[in-house]
Design a protein around this ligand. Structure first.
Ligand SMILES: Nc1nc2c(ncn2[C@@H]2O[C@H](COP(=O)(O)OP(=O)(O)OP(=O)(O)O)[C@@H](O)[C@H]2O)c(=O)[nH]1
Length: 299
């Protein structure tokens, strides 16, 4: 059975709140707040799927709430339906131009509100699915480079704001060209899938993730992890790949598939720009290759 959607109703009029709640609560989980300020606080702690937002309220009005929600990457994709007694076309078009998905005029019909909410939730579900598919690598079914870039950027900003460490690992399968040449491209694909899955399986801490960086390269992003801990985790990943014991008789450094890892950490004392962090991990990776492969080198 699918989970109920969470709908937040923001209206300063208690009667409107009550009627909207009654209209929607059979189908959705409904939350009520009476001001724009409370709505902005609410969405910081609760993930909602849709907001019904009154336009005219004391304190910050609905338009301003919408602008603030759109500025925040965490809340910008929540669909917003304005609900207002303002009937002018100017008000309606202002709301829609600011990014609201729909505009309902008071007094409203309960059945129309129900259908409009349902429609917006369906669109949101489809958008979320598309977003997810666009972030997954087709071969290995783990996050792709696009996902990596977006999330690394967000984590880097978070780390800078909070002065917390952030580590990045770049990993590359050793002598993979020789593997393809020896076992064929299809076996190479299977090998990539197995390595990807075992790397992802090691990420047990919320916030950590592994993505396919391209070709036979993978990256791990570890928020809040210092250099020492990042090296330990890199060792866990290297050991996990070794433990797969995927035969690689053409390898020049082992009898099975191995990976080399470059580690870079931005932390107090050694703060890297976003792009430099990846470049440093890449330098570590090349040093690990030079040092004989199946190694970890931290910058
Ligand atoms: N099967 C398969 N091979 C891929 C894929 N993407 C990249 N490769 C192969 O990965 C190989 C990477 O080779 P190189 O960059 O020369 O490096 P390497 O052989 O791994 O050697 P070192 O990195 O120096 O240890 C190339 O032969 C690519 O064709 C893929 O999706 N599937």
């Amino acid at each position: 059975m699918s989970k109920k959607a969470k709908v937040l109703i923001v209206d300063d009029d208690p009667l409107n709140r009550l009627v909207l709640e009654k209209t929607l609560k059979g189908e959705h989980d409904v939350f009520l707040v009476e001001s724009g300020e409370k709505a902005l606080t609410f969405v910081k702690t609760t993930q909602v799927d849709l907001i019904i937002l009154d336009v005219v309220m004391p304190g910050i009005d609905g338009y301003e709430v919408l602008v603030q929600l759109k500025e925040n990457p965490i809340t910008q994709s929540i669909p917003i339906i304005f609900i207002s007694a303002n009937q002018s076309h100017e008000d309606e078009s202002k709301g829609l131009e600011l990014g609201a998905m729909d505009y309902i005029i008071k007094p409203f019909s309960a059945s129309i509100v129900r259908v409009r909410v349902r429609n917006q939730l369906l669109i949101k579900q489809k958008n979320d699915l598309l977003e997810m598919l666009a972030s997954i690598d087709g071969l290995t079914e783990i996050p792709n480079r696009r996902y990596l870039d977006e999330n690394l950027s967000r984590e880097w900003r978070r780390s800078k704001r909070g002065s917390t460490p952030l580590s990045v690992l770049l990993m590359d399968i050793d002598h993979f060209k020789r593997y393809n040449d020896c076992y064929g491209h299809r076996a190479g694909d299977e090998c990539l899938k197995k390595v990807a899955q075992v790397l992802v399986a090691q990420c047990k801490r919320g916030g950590d993730f592994v993505a396919r960086y391209g070709g036979e390269e993978f990256a791990a992003v570890l928020p809040g992890v210092n250099k020492h801990e990042a090296i330990q985790f890199a060792n866990t990943l290297r050991n996990a790949v070794n433990a797969l014991k995927i035969e690689h008789k053409a390898s020049l450094n082992a009898e099975h598939i191995t990976i080399s890892i470059g580690v870079a950490t931005t932390e107090s004392g050694k703060v890297y720009a976003e792009q430099t962090l990846l470049e440093e991990a890449d330098l570590g990776l090349y040093a690990a290759k030079d040092a004989g492969r199946n190694q970890i080198i931290a910058r």
